[in-house]
Design a protein around this ligand. Structure first.
Ligand code: C5P
Length: 419
């Protein structure tokens, strides 16, 4: 099952500065966060810092047409297992109690059927005011969970109840709430299109690094973007995806179990551990060769050794997984990066490595410039199988991934009867 998700709504109080720490603490509990800031909250915490700690887009205001098109207020809470409002200001609590909806935060809260927890933070007299207490009673009656506030010195110089609970405690309470609510009940009312539900799929991505000494290694230009996009697209169709990734600068894809490795041999071991799976999509650009002997200490410029590195061949992970034995995945897909006679080489690889499909692309375009296939955001591929070749137009790697994921889903639909 994919990791639980919190939609964190950040209200406009001074305690909003603790939001990045809360995201970190949620992550430590194995919970992913998507952040939504009120306009006032932006005065206290930057969307950029939240985007970097959460690894996700930060949502800011109702009238952003792109966001609305991409993900409306209803969809935003659908993706979450729990909504946490922290800090919950007196104003936000009042709006929630009244059912007001005049910005993205309040609209989302009114449109959700997910559990909600609030962590109030405000001046002690605002907290004690009968209006606030009345609103809180309403929220409790509506089934909203409260955490805090704590007593202590406040930013306004006063002492008393009103300080937001510690992020560690909020994260622990969030974990308990998610555990209590059966996740099946949290699924959207409308069944999503998830033809790969119940399928275990292994994806490899990125380059491998083959050490020469503690500071140097052999690598290649692979960014991992295509493989990560494939992993995310398969997970979006309901698959239980395990991504084994070489070193990349990318965040773990959403809804995917990710294992990071360094060398080809580590990648092979991680893949073998992940078996059995229904399908293996091998998008990694595995180094074919590694230095025979990685030195324990840095080789000096003056030493012999650098001009004469002895190489030895790495194991072929794809070929070893595709070998016909009882653990062979029903569908094995290899990738081929070629610089010429792309289709001919890919067909040869299909047979040589005993795979079912090859995703072949031409990397002859200058790969060091932006827009080249390796590291770029677009790809033009041929999907080659024993029954023929499909050539797709050039398109963003995310679209290639979505199309490929649908082909994988089609494969399992076609082969259902024979399983
Ligand atoms: O032979 P070539 O390296 O072009 O094959 C590319 C395909 O084989 C990719 O799917 C890649 O992930 C896989 N491969 C592998 N282990 C290797 C080399 C390539 O799994 N050592």
């Amino acid at each position: 099952m994919s990791e639980p998700r919190v939609l964190l709504i950040i209200g406009g109080g001074i305690a909003a500065y603790k939001a990045p720490e809360l995201v970190r603490q949620l992550k430590a509990q194995g919970i992913a966060s998507r952040c939504l800031l009120t306009a006032a909250a932006e005065q206290f915490v930057s969307p950029l810092s939240l985007a970097s700690v959460s690894g996700d887009k930060v949502y800011e205001n109702l009238f952003d047409l792109t966001d609305e098109a991409e993900m409306g207020h209803i969809q935003l809470s659908r993706d979450a297992d729990l909504i946490v409002v922290a800090p919950a200001t007196a104003d936000m609590i009042g709006k929630m109690a009244q059912g007001l909806a005049n910005d993205l935060a309040s609209t989302t809260l009114l449109a959700t059927d997910k559990p909600v927890m609030i962590a109030p933070a405000m001046n002690v007299r605002m907290w004690e005011h009968p209006a606030t207490q009345r609103n809180l009673d309403t929220l409790r009656a509506d089934g909203v969970t409260l955490i805090g506030p704590d007593e202590g010195d406040m930013a306004c110089g006063e002492f008393g109840l009103g300080r937001m609970s510690d992020p560690v405690e909020i994260a622990a309470a969030a974990k308990q709430l998610i555990a209590k609510a059966p996740r099946a009940d949290l699924k959207p009312a409308v069944a999503p299109d998830t033809p790969l539900t119940g399928r275990k799929i292994l994806v490899t991505a990125g380059p491998t690094h083959e050490p020469i000494d503690p500071v140097r290694y052999i690598a290649n230009r692979s960014s991992g973007k295509q493989g990560y996009a494939v992993a995310e697209a398969l997970a979006a169709l309901g698959a239980d995806v395990h991504l084994i990734s070489g070193p990349t600068a990318l965040n773990d894809p959403r809804g995917v179990t990710t294992t990071r490795v360094e060398t080809a041999r580590d990648m092979l071991a991680a893949c073998q551990q992940a078996l059995p799976v229904d399908a293996a999509i091998m998008a990694a650009a595995v180094a074919d060769w590694r230095p025979e002997q990685a030195q324990d200490s840095k080789i000096k410029k003056t030493e012999a050794g650098l001009q004469d590195i002895k190489l030895t061949e790495n194991p072929d992970i794809l070929a070893s997984l595709a070998q016909a034995d009882s653990n062979r995945p029903a569908l094995v897909v290899g990738f081929a990066a070629e610089t010429h006679t792309v289709e001919a080489h890919a067909n040869d690889k299909l047979a040589r490595k005993n795979c079912d499909w090859i995703v072949a692309n031409d990397v002859s375009l200058n790969s060091s410039v932006e827009g080249g296939v390796m590291g770029g955001d677009e790809n033009q591929i041929h999907l080659i199988s024993k029954s023929g070749t499909q050539s797709w137009d050039k398109m963003p790697k995310t679209e290639v991934a979505a199309k490929l994921a649908h082909q994988v889903a089609g494969f399992f639909t076609d082969h259902k009867e024979s399983q």
